[in-house]
Design a protein around this ligand. Structure first.
Ligand SMILES: Cc1ncc(COP(=O)(O)O)c(C=O)c1O
Length: 435
């Protein structure tokens, strides 16, 4: 088989998968260990055909997939690997750029900076911020907090809210920083009036927290940071995408005063995992924290910049190609259309819950995530979650709010239709009726 023949088979496979993914069970219906038990324990001695890989993908791996591309994936933060992004990934692997220095991947370096500037424009961010791509928000935040620590004059405390994502706990642990968590108000927003930043090198404010998508009061937090000389990092990993729509920019207030900001293109911006966008208004601080150029990497390229000097990794993937493809093939209007549709569908689902006496809403809904539960005890809701997910018809996740077990329905997949959301509501009510 030639590269082209295998390639056609792979593309046919991808096309057929996307066409039938809605018929597959969303949550993998396997037990731990089942996949490994079916895989050969040793690698092949002789070359195999690529067709054998595709066959085993179908027979062994596909039944053990949780389908993030499924239109009824409503757990965590749903996302979309869009067609332009998928094709760009193929080209990324074909080109196999390794961006250790500008010289080793000039197009990758320059496209990355340009595409992050495009995205900043689409989201209405201040002009002139320096943007680059990391693999995940976890690493973007780690990089930002590392810069904050270096710029912090010996202060070693990071402040965030009780609802901050666990990646901030992990970054503090890796960086040897203390973490102080501030209580939230009754809408799950950081209590800025309780901020005491005397020993703080950084505050992490979240726009779109993981449990409820609440929005911390960034203007008040920025004031406190300015008074204390602390770094302000804004985690808008999920909700930052909504800023492509002007009517969602109420949640951007104060973000223009951030020292750094993370928005994941792989969450709500149609880009296949992974692609996390990190901007900073103080790129020189990132550079101070990360620049390390040994002799063998020195070059005579005048005016060249090495993105590897702004973050933890030396070798960097050509991720900007897929974000570029997505931004070009959807345009501002295509992105806005998807975000608005998800907000509409989330409002619709929320209205069904509100109107049904057997159910209750558990948090305000700023974006596309609805927090709700069956009236009754935690056990009933836990059992319900297990039961609906076991059907394979939908996949939802949960959180804990005010010490109660709460269900979450999160919209983020571009293939989700109103019918899918209606089906989710039907499945939930049907399964709730079985006590
Ligand atoms: C608010 C927030 N920040 C950060 C993260 C971590 O994202 P990643 O998986 O890209 O590290 C998440 C993940 O859901 C999140 O919800």
């Amino acid at each position: 088989m030639t590269f082209r023949e295998d390639g056609e088979a792979a593309l046919d496979w991808a096309d057929a998968y996307l066409a039938r993914v809605r018929e597959l069970p969303v949550l993998a219906q396997v037990k731990p260990g089942e996949v490994q038990a079916r895989l050969p324990a040793a690698p092949p001695d002789e070359p195999e055909a690529f067709a054998a890989v595709l066959r085993d993908l179908d027979e062994i791996l596909l039944p053990a997939m949780t389908h993030w591309q499924h239109p009824r994936f409503f757990a965590y933060f749903g996302n979309t690997g869009s067609e332009p992004g998928i094709l760009a990934e193929l080209l990324v692997a074909t080109l196999n750029q390794v961006g250790i220095l500008w010289r080793t991947a000039p197009a990758s370096a320059e496209l990355e900076v340009t595409v992050l500037d495009w995205l900043a424009q689409l989201l209405g961010l201040p002009s002139g911020w320096h943007g680059h791509i990391e693999d995940s928000a976890s690493i973007s935040t780690l990089a930002a907090l590392c810069a904050a620590r270096e710029a912090g004059g010996g202060r070693r405390t990071v402040v965030c809210s009780e609802h901050t994502h666990s990646s901030i706990d992990k970054a503090a642990r890796i960086l040897g920083l203390e973490l102080r968590k501030i209580p939230v108000d009754d809408e799950f927003r950081m209590r800025a009036d309780l901020l005491d930043l005397a020993d703080a090198c950084a505050v992490v404010a979240t726009v779109g927290t993981t449990s409820t998508t609440s929005v911390d009061p960034v203007p008040a937090i920025a004031d406190a940071c300015a008074r204390a000389g602390a770094w302000l990092h804004v985690d808008a990993a999920y909700a930052g995408a909504a800023w492509v729509c002007e009517e969602s920019r109420w949640s951007q207030a104060g973000v223009e005063r951030a020292d750094s900001l993370v928005v994941n293109a792989h969450k709500w911006l149609l880009t296949p995992f992974d692609c996390s966008c990190l901007w900073s208004s103080r790129p020189e601080a990132l550079r101070d924290a990360f620049s390390l150029v040994p002799e063998y990497l020195r070059t005579s390229d005048v005016d060249a910049f090495n993105i590897s000097e702004f973050g933890p990794a030396l070798g960097r993937r050509f991720r900007s190609l897929k974000l570029w493809a997505v931004l070009r093939c959807y345009g501002r209007s295509g992105l806005q259309h998807m975000i608005r549709e998800h907000l509409r569908l989330a409002a619709l689902f929320e209205s069904w819950v509100r109107d049904d006496d057997a159910w209750e809403l558990c948090a305000p809904r700023p974006f596309s995530v609805v927090c709700f539960r069956l009236k009754g005890d935690d056990e009933r809701n836990e059992r319900l979650l297990e039961r609906v997910n076991a059907t394979g018809e939908i996949f939802i996740s949960h959180t804990r709010l005010h010490d109660r077990y709460v269900l979450r329905l999160a919209l983020g997949n571009a293939r989700t239709t109103e019918e899918d959301v209606r089906l989710a509501w039907d499945v939930l009510r049907r399964e709730a009726a079985h006590r």
